[in-house]
Design a protein around this ligand. Structure first.
Ligand SMILES: CC(C)(COP(=O)(O)OP(=O)(O)OC[C@H]1O[C@@H](n2cnc3c(N)ncnc32)[C@H](O)[C@@H]1OP(=O)(O)O)[C@@H](O)C(=O)NCCC(=O)NCCS
Length: 154
């Protein structure tokens, strides 16, 4: 599967699909988060929001047969906005996105990268070589969310 998937840099025309990918996650799947948080985050992740964040970080998308099925970002040394379309999860696409972002980080001269992961995704990052640092809280759209800080030496 991941052999046919291309990981490429985000283009502004991708913003609507990326927004829809995140909104679907928060509206329909992120059941470990309180409903108020899911709704607030989904509403905030608009097409304009995606265009805005693409300016201050490296954003990449995973494309299969001209369809965007995943995305991920690197802001400073932090991995952000990792999402894979539910129909394509557990097929190594998230790992392929991470590899590209890790290469970007190495090229920037970074020696390590971090991620503030929701509980659900900790195993995914662990399987990709991240080590747990500590429990933490992250602020997203005015909400405090429990998370786990992980780090990977490059
Ligand atoms: C987390 C996410 C990006 C992982 O992408 P993915 O393409 O499904 O991951 P991969 O197929 O590359 O997984 C790599 C390994 O991690 C495991 N893994 C992936 N997601 C997992 C999960 N939620 N729980 C346990 N293991 C998981 C896979 O089974 C695989 O293990 P294996 O190598 O033993 O087969 C994807 O599940 C997702 O978009 N989730 C919803 C959004 C989200 O939570 N994003 C993270 C925000 S911090």
């Amino acid at each position: 599967m991941s052999n046919n998937v291309i990981i490429r840099k985000f283009e502004p025309e991708d913003a609507q699909v990326c927004s829809a990918l995140m909104q679907d996650h928060y509206r329909n799947h992120a059941l470990d988060l309180p409903e108020v948080a899911r709704k607030r985050i989904a509403d905030a992740r608009s097409t304009e929001y995606v265009k805005l964040i693409s300016k201050d970080r490296v954003l990449v998308v995973a494309e299969l047969e001209n369809k965007i099925i995943g995305m991920g970002g690197l802001k400073g040394d932090e991995i952000r906005h990792m999402y894979v379309d539910r129909a394509f999860q557990k097929k190594n696409i998230g790992s392929a996105i991470l590899k590209v972002l890790e290469e970007e980080a190495r090229n920037k001269g970074l020696l390590s990268i971090t991620v503030n992961s929701v509980f659900y995704a900790v195993e995914f990052y662990s399987k990709n070589g991240f080590k747990i640092v500590q429990s933490t809280q992250i602020e997203r759209h005015g909400l405090n969310i429990d998370a786990i800080l992980l780090e990977k030496k490059l």
